[in-house]
Design a protein around this ligand. Structure first.
Ligand code: FEO
Length: 388
């Protein structure tokens, strides 16, 4: 169980969701997810974001237990995605005097989710504006595209807390006790990874703040060794691999021949000294893990059969994902399978050539059906090029 005590004045009131199958209807979350929300209790009371409607009942119970009959003055809306903003309407109905605090973008987008938008209850803030609550003061820092355009984070100066919105979040319900490191990378690369430039901009602003605790909207509250988390975010958002020598070997196979070739390729890479091969069957494993590994490793091999005159769907889907996440700065190799009119390599090359700073190995090999001795020789050559 993660420790949720922040301070006497700042309370965790979020809720776990352990019954959700797919986060954003696409990412398996076997250990669930948490929708974090916080309460700052001072002369004025601020609620920091709401939660997904799925968890609204538990969140309201948690809030009532901490409020002890008082009413919040402000709801700070850092992010409008429904996993955080889904319960805004409930809160506004429950506390008719409460005002919403957001930026101009927040309030231009709010009516798209909540027609009407309660314009008369909005307090608009911009970069550097402050909200005094008593002994606590919030300062707002705009963080557009980390992960939506309206995102802002909030710094509380008396306790040196950074409320970081989706930034520094992770999958996994807090009750699972899972560490931040276990799922933070899969979360980052799949949810925020496309926006490295914007994450870098936020990190530069954060560098000017004295931060003791990070309170994200998903996953554990981060208190110690903050350099570890900030360092990971800096590395990830610069698109640098954590394991430059490791290889992602991502393959798709229809009847098992390309899978057999992939197994052979793994063996060759390991014999040549590759420290770790992340071996992923794109047809059966979570593609979000494949995306995470693609960013973690410095090198990648893509192996796929031809299908319908093009690329087999599982590989096509994966490479489209990498393109959309702006995967870059890596060395890559291509191996296709096609017993007549092979076309997979051409499509894979097209994807890779359209990405930034991808060094493609010169040898591209075509397996024709089953793996033969000549294929092993070609794979030896490709492995040598990839690891050089
Ligand atoms: Fe956790 Fe972008 O919402």
């Amino acid at each position: 169980m993660n420790d949720l005590h922040i301070s006497d004045s700042v309370r965790y009131i979020g809720a776990d969701d352990t019954t959700i199958d797919l986060f954003e209807s696409q990412y398996p979350v076997p250990n669930g997810v948490s929708y974090n929300s916080y309460l700052i209790l001072d002369e004025k009371i601020a609620v920091m974001d709401t939660v997904d409607r799925r968890a609204a009942d538990r969140w309201l119970e948690n809030m009532d237990a901490q409020l002890q009959g008082r009413s919040p003055d402000y709801l700070v809306i850092q992010h409008l995605e429904p996993d955080h903003a889904g319960s805004i309407g409930l809160l506004l109905e429950k506390f008719p005097e409460m005002q919403m605090v957001g930026n101009a973008k927040t309030f231009s987008m709010l009516p798209k989710y909540f027609p009407g938008g309660w314009a008369d209850r909005s307090v608009t803030v911009k970069e550097g504006d402050t909200l005094p609550l008593g002994s606590h003061t919030l300062t707002f820092v705009m963080a557009p595209m980390v992960h939506w355009p309206e995102v802002m984070v909030s710094y509380e100066s008396s306790e040196k807390l950074l409320f970081s919105a989706d930034g520094f979040g992770t999958f996994g319900a807090l009750s699972s006790g899972e560490s931040w490191d276990a799922e933070a990378a899969r979360y980052y690369f799949n949810i925020v990874g496309k926006y490295g430039v914007q994450v870098q901009a936020l990190l530069k602003k954060a560098a000017g703040l004295d931060i003791r605790t990070i309170c994200p909207l998903h996953g554990p509250v981060l208190r110690e060794d903050l350099g570890h988390y900030l360092g990971k975010y800096d590395l990830w958002s610069r698109y640098e691999p954590e394991e430059p020598e490791s290889v992602l070997l991502a393959y798709a196979s229809i009847h098992g021949n390309t899978a057999q070739a992939a197994g052979k390729m793994k063996e060759i890479l390991e014999k040549k000294g590759c420290p770790r091969v992340a071996f992923i069957d794109l047809c059966r494993q979570d593609q979000a893990v494949a995306v995470e590994e693609a960013f973690r490793c410095g090198r990648a091999v893509f192996m796929s059969p031809t299908y319908d005159g093009g690329l087999f769907p599982a590989m096509d889907h994966f490479m489209a994902h990498l393109r959309d996440k702006t995967w870059r700065k890596r060395k890559a190799a291509i191996i296709e399978n096609g017993s007549w009119a092979p076309a997979a390599a051409k499509v894979m090359r097209g994807y890779l050539e359209a990405m930034k700073d991808i060094e493609l190995c010169p040898t591209v090999h075509t397996i024709q059906g089953a793996v033969k001795d000549c294929d092993a020789a070609a794979m030896e050559q490709i492995a040598a090029e990839l690891l050089s």
